[in-house]
Design a protein around this ligand. Structure first.
Ligand code: GRG
Length: 311
C-alpha cells in the first residue's frame, strides 16, 4: 500500500464531501455561509474525517456511505476551533495558516458561523441517513454526546477554569484532554464503525444500534479504546509541538501555553516524559486495532503518522 497516496485520496474524498454537503456561499445570508466555508474549507489535516472513513471501511461500509458522517464530524470540529479562537476564549489570530474567522470577518459573524456549523452537522446526519432511522439516530447520539457539556464543551470549560489556577492537577489535565480532545477522535472512529456495522444484515444491525442495546458490538468497543488512546497521544503531541515547533510550521501560534502559564503535559511531566507518555498511548491504540476486522495497515500507519506529526 502506498500510504501517502491513499491518505491523499481519502482527504480528497473528505474535501469533496465538505464542498458538496455544506450550503454554498450564495445561500442567504451569504456572509454567514462564506464564514462557515472559509473556516471549514481552508486547510486542516482532516485527521478525524479520515478516521471515520477508515473505521467505516474496516467494519464493512461500501463506497461513500460514511462520508456524511465524516463531514458532520468535521463541521463540529471546525465550530470548536472557531469558538476557541474567539477573543473571549483563546484570542488567537491564526488558524490553519490563515487569519482566524473573527479576524477575517468579525466577532459576531465568527460566533454565528460556529453555531451554524454545529447545527449543520446534525442537519447533515438527519438528512443523509433518513432512509436508515436507527443508523441516523445512533450517529446523532454519538456526535451529540461527544460535543456535549460533559465531553467537548465540558473539557473546554475545565480548560478555561484551569488557566486561572496556579497548578492544575494530573487528574484535571486528564479530564480536560479526555474530553476536549479525545471525545471527538473517539466519535470519529465510532461513527465510522456504526456506519460500517449498519451494512450488516438488517436484523443484526438494528438490534446492535438500538438505544441501550445490551451488548455493543466488539468493533465499537475497540474503536472507542483506540480513540481514547489516540486522542490522548494526539493532545500530548500537541503540547510537545506547542513547546518545540514554530508558528509557521504549526499554522497556529506556537508557544502559547507557556506564555499563558498554562498547565500542560509538558509543564507537568517535562518533554521527555511527555514524549514517552504519547508513545505509550500510541502503542495502546495500536494494540486495540488488533480487535478490528479487515486489512488494518492503513489505520496502523495513520496512527503512527499522527504520533510522528510535525504540525
Ligand atoms: C470552544 C466548545 C469549544 C471547544 C474548543 C478544539 C478545542 C476545544 C480547542 C482548540 C485548541 C486545542 C489545542 C484543542 C485540542 C484539540 C486539538 C489539538 C485541536 C486541533 O486539531 P487539529 O490539529 O486541527 O487536528 P486541524 O486544523 O488540523 O483540523
Amino acid at each position: 500500500m502506498d500510504f501517502a497516496a491513499e491518505f491523499k485520496h481519502r482527504i480528497a474524498r473528505v474535501e469533496a464531501g465538505l464542498e458538496r454537503l455544506v450550503p454554498p456561499v450564495a445561500t442567504r445570508p451569504s456572509r454567514l455561509h462564506a464564514a462557515m466555508r472559509y473556516s471549514l474549507l481552508g486547510g486542516g489535516k482532516r485527521l478525524r474525517p479520515v478516521l471515520t472513513l477508515t473505521a467505516a471501511e474496516l467494519c464493512g461500509a461500501r463506497g461513500d456511505a460514511a462520508l456524511p458522517a465524516a463531514v458532520a464530524l468535521e463541521c463540529v470540529h471546525t465550530y470548536s476551533l472557531i469558538h476557541d479562537d474567539l477573543p473571549c476564549m483563546d484570542n488567537d489570530d491564526l488558524r490553519r495558516g490563515r487569519p482566524t474567522a473573527h479576524k477575517q470577518f468579525d466577532e459576531a459573524t465568527a460566533l454565528l458561523a460556529g453555531d451554524a456549523l454545529l447545527t449543520e452537522a446534525f442537519v447533515i446526519l438527519a438528512e443523509n441517513y433518513a432512509a436508515q432511522p436507527s443508523l441516523s439516530h445512533a450517529l446523532i447520539r454519538e456526535l451529540a454526546n461527544a460535543a456535549s457539556s460533559q465531553r467537548l464543551i465540558g473539557g473546554q470549560m475545565e480548560d478555561l477554569l484551569a488557566e486561572h489556577k496556579a497548578n492544575a492537577t494530573s487528574d484535571e489535565l486528564d479530564f480536560i484532554h479526555l474530553n476536549k480532545t479525545a471525545a471527538m477522535i473517539e466519535a470519529a472512529l465510532v461513527m465510522g464503525g456504526i456506519v460500517g456495522l449498519a451494512a450488516r444484515p438488517p436484523a443484526v444491525a438494528s438490534m446492535e444500534m438500538r438505544p441501550g442495546a445490551v451488548a455493543l458490538p466488539p468493533e465499537v468497543l475497540a474503536l472507542r479504546t483506540i480513540g481514547r488512546h489516540l486522542g490522548l497521544a494526539f493532545q500530548i503531541t500537541d503540547d510537545v509541538l506547542d513547546a518545540t515547533a514554530d508558528t509557521a510550521t504549526l499554522g497556529k501560534t506556537a508557544g502559547k501555553d507557556a506564555r499563558a502559564g498554562k498547565t500542560t503535559f509538558v509543564s507537568l511531566h517535562g518533554l521527555d516524559a511527555s514524549r514517552r507518555l504519547a508513545r505509550e498511548h500510541t502503542d495502546a491504540a495500536l494494540a486495540a486495532v488488533a480487535a478490528l476486522p479487515g486489512d488494518k495497515i492503513f489505520l496502523t500507519t495513520l496512527i503512527e503518522t499522527m504520533a510522528g506529526r510535525a504540525s
